[in-house]
Design a protein. Structure first.
Length: 189
């Protein structure tokens, strides 16, 4: 299945820290945020926030915070109305000091799914509606290589004759077509 980039978005390469930018098209089910970086040799912590606005006191729908503090853990939380919710922790550190990493946040209907270096790491249930999330914030002891927003709401196929769509799909295997329709209906209905 081909990924549909967020409307008008190009990947950002070697972004500077702190990275506080709008999410192109807003956050929606089916979207993925793909981050490549390198954990600093003397890393203590970094964070990725899915924020409700860019203001310093804005709510944070999802706070992802790896900490090298002797207990090496990743903390997950939500900031709402200036107060942190109940903290979730995983005492497993998927990041290595001085090493490159790939971090993917899959936005699903019930939760964010975190994948680190190709391995499923954690699922964090939504505490704030996805529609409220407008910005991505990244900062801390890391070097960013790229940030890419993939997927999101598919544009409506207004004015495209159904025969053209069927003709296009007929060039693919029936398994591919079945999986494509299954994923489409799973994410959008």
């Amino acid at each position: 299945m081909a990924y549909v980039p967020a409307p008008g978005y190009q990947p950002t390469y070697n972004p500077t820290l702190p990275y506080y930018k709008p999410i192109p098209g807003g956050l929606s089910v089916g979207m993925s945020v793909y981050i490549q970086g390198v954990a600093n040799e003397h890393m203590r912590r970094f964070f990725v926030n899915f924020a409700v606005g860019q203001d310093p006191g804005a709510d944070i729908a999802f706070h992802f915070n790896p900490r090298f503090d002797g207990w090496d853990k990743v903390v997950f939380n939500t900031l709402q109305g200036g107060k942190w919710g109940s903290e979730e922790r995983k005492r497993s550190m998927p990041f290595k000091k001085g090493a490159a990493f790939e971090l993917v946040f899959l936005v699903l209907a019930e939760h964010y799914k975190v994948v680190v270096n190709g391995n499923s790491f954690y699922e964090y249930g939504h505490r704030l509606p996805l529609q409220m999330v407008t910005h991505l914030q990244v900062d801390g002891d890391l070097q960013l290589q790229s940030i890419n927003f993939i997927g999101g709401q598919l544009p409506a196929l207004v004015g495209v004759p159904s025969l053209l769509i069927i003709s296009f799909l007929s060039k693919f295997s029936s398994t591919f077509i079945f999986l494509s329709f299954f994923l489409f209906f799973f994410f959008f209905f």
